[in-house]
Each structure stands twice: as structure tokens, then as C-alpha cells.
Ligand binder design. Structure first.
Ligand SMILES: C[S@@+](CC[C@H](N)C(=O)[O-])C[C@H]1O[C@@H](n2cnc3c(N)ncnc32)[C@H](O)[C@@H]1O
Length: 290
């Protein structure tokens, strides 16, 4: 006999999980972080959140829904559990070649005369992306830390932002960094273990880490010379993606560059503002700055 508790059940294993629970979680994830969770993701949601229920000693998703209704911190932990922070140094190396050759090289002389350069890593995870941007800048302008050059690194998840700020990585994570940059800009931190390496202070000083939800307001006006917004809008529905592309394009200076993830494409109104310039690289229309 079917009990009323089983009606609409997605899972009845370790934790009871109903359609109604899934819909509530999906609505909160969408409202809070833009994350689009179609019903086909229900099993994924169950497995990602099961560890949260275990950690909290909660035995049903109905109780978990009650918790996230009231507890801001747990809502953040839920969003963190539903997203992935996978990243690495110099991921999609062609973007860093483009940044070096098309953006930083042409600006190097004027930067030495005091011109500002602003870059943004808009979903920076644990910092490998903004530090790869910083190392790219330093490969062209070794004295960058004493010039008006800054990299903004933001992410929704406070834990990854804290790790990025710390700038501490295991030796194996540094393997994709060109060896000349690796030996110059990383120092061992024996207190954190035999293979712990920290990025040098002069690199860290170029990067400012902040918590920022791309779905909220952005408390800065740009213009940026380049924006990396990679492997994050894949979580959003098409309409939200399109809004984000347009907002990013508006913050670029003319001819500034937007880099996006390998499985992402700019679509919608932003196409009127951007033209393609290589693999998943775009330039703001409007001509080269003087
Ligand atoms: C897969 S990582 C991508 C890291 C890096 N951009 C890269 O491509 O290597 C996705 C990051 O997006 C962040 N994220 C997810 N939703 C977000 C949102 N609404 N606003 C800002 N960051 C978000 C996650 O916290 C995660 O760190």
C-alpha cells in the first residue's frame, strides 16, 4: 500500500526526498545563486546534499528544507554543495596567451607611465585563475605590483575566497605553471606540510579577493581591460546567462576581452556588444582605445 509520505517520493533510501522537497531546494538555489536545477538533476541534488543532512544529523529532506528556510549559513553551504569549485592554474592556456599578447603587451608601456590596468576573475574559486592572470601580467611587467595594476577576484562561496586569499597550494597543483614563473613566484611553507607552496606576496598584492554573487548587484563600475567569467554560467538558465553576458560586456572598456568557459557561448543581446576573437574569447566592440 502506498502511504501519503511516499507520494511524490524521489528517494526513500537513507533520507526521504519528495518532489516537493526538490522543488523547494531548486527554487532557493535559483533565487539565491541563479542555479538552474531541472528535475533531471534530482538524483544529483540528493547525493550532493546527503552529506549536509548527515553533518547536521537531519534525517529527512523535509527537515532540511525547514532548516534552509531559516538558516542563511546553511543556505550558503547548500549552494556550495550544489556547485563545483574545480579549477586549476592556466586552465585553457590559450586564454592566458591571448591575455598576454592582446591585452597586457599592448598596454605595458602606458602602464609604466601610470595608466591603470584592471582585470576581473568573476568566479575565481580557490584563486588559481586570478593568480594565473597575475603571473601572466608579471611575465610581461615584472614590476607590476608597483604600478596601477589590479586584479579583482570574486566568488559566491566564502570558503573558496578565503583559500584564494591565502594563496597556498600543493606542489602537484603547480604543474601547469611555466617553470620560470613557478620557481620565481612560489615559496615553500614547511609549516603547512612538505609540499605546501605559497604564492609570493608581490603576486598576492596584485589580487583583491571579495565575496560576490553574480546574481546580485556589482559594487564597481569598471571599466575592465579583461574579464574572465569561466565555467560558472553553465549553472544558469539561458535567460540568466544572457543577462550576465550583457552586464559583463557593459563593464569592459572598448576592445577589452571577455573569456568564457570551453562549453559556454555568448548568446542573446550581448552579441551586439561583443565580437568573437579566438576560442571562447570575445572583444568589446567599439574600436581600440587611444
Ligand atoms: C567550476 S568553478 C570555476 C572556477 C574558474 N573560473 C575556472 O574556470 O577554473 C565555478 C565557481 O563558480 C562559483 N559560483 C557559482 N555560482 C555563482 C554565482 N551565482 N556568483 C558567483 N560565483 C558563483 C562557484 O562557487 C565556483 O567557485
Amino acid at each position: 500500500m502506498t502511504t501519503s509520505a511516499q507520494i511524490g517520493a524521489i528517494a526513500t533510501g537513507e533520507f526521504a526526498f519528495t518532489d516537493a522537497n526538490f522543488r523547494e531546494i531548486a527554487r532557493i538555489a535559483k533565487d539565491e545563486a541563479g542555479i538552474d536545477l531541472p528535475h533531471s538533476k534530482a538524483t544529483l541534488v540528493y547525493s550532493r546534499l546527503a552529506k549536509r543532512l548527515r553533518a547536521l544529523g537531519i534525517t529527512t529532506f523535509a527537515d532540511y528544507c525547514e532548516t534552509i528556510r531559516e538558516d542563511d549559513e546553511e543556505r550558503n553551504s547548500m549552494i556550495a554543495a550544489l556547485t563545483t569549485n574545480v579549477t586549476r592554474f592556466f586552465r585553457e592556456p590559450h586564454h592566458f596567451e591571448h591575455l598576454r599578447n592582446e591585452i597586457i603587451q599592448p598596454l605595458a608601456e602606458s602602464a609604466r607611465r601610470g595608466k591603470r590596468i584592471r582585470l576581473w576573475s568573476a568566479a575565481c574559486s580557490t584563486g588559481q585563475e586570478p593568480y594565473s592572470m597575475a603571473l601572466t601580467v608579471l611575465s610581461v611587467i615584472p614590476e607590476a605590483a608597483s604600478l596601477d595594476i589590479r586584479i579583482l577576484a570574486t566568488d559566491l562561496n566564502p570558503h573558496v575566497v578565503a583559500r584564494g586569499k591565502e594563496g597556498c597550494y600543493q606542489k602537484e597543483e603547480l604543474k601547469d605553471i611555466p617553470s620560470n614563473l613557478r620557481s620565481k613566484w612560489f615559496v615553500p611553507v614547511p609549516s603547512k606540510g612538505a609540499s605546501a607552496m605559497q604564492i609570493a606576496d608581490s603576486v598576492r598584492s596584485l589580487v583583491s579577493f571579495r565575496e560576490l554573487n553574480l546574481m546580485g548587484t556589482w559594487p564597481f563600475n569598471g571599466p575592465f581591460d579583461a574579464i574572465f567569467c569561466r565555467n560558472v554560467v553553465i549553472y544558469f538558465d539561458r535567460e540568466t546567462q544572457s543577462t550576465i553576458w550583457t552586464r559583463l560586456a557593459r563593464l569592459l572598456r572598448d576592445d577589452g576581452a571577455l573569456y568564457i568557459g570551453h562549453s559556454e557561448r555568448v548568446a542573446g543581446a550581448a552579441n551586439a556588444l561583443l565580437s568573437t576573437d579566438g576560442i571562447t574569447s570575445y572583444r568589446k566592440k567599439g574600436g581600440k582605445p587611444s
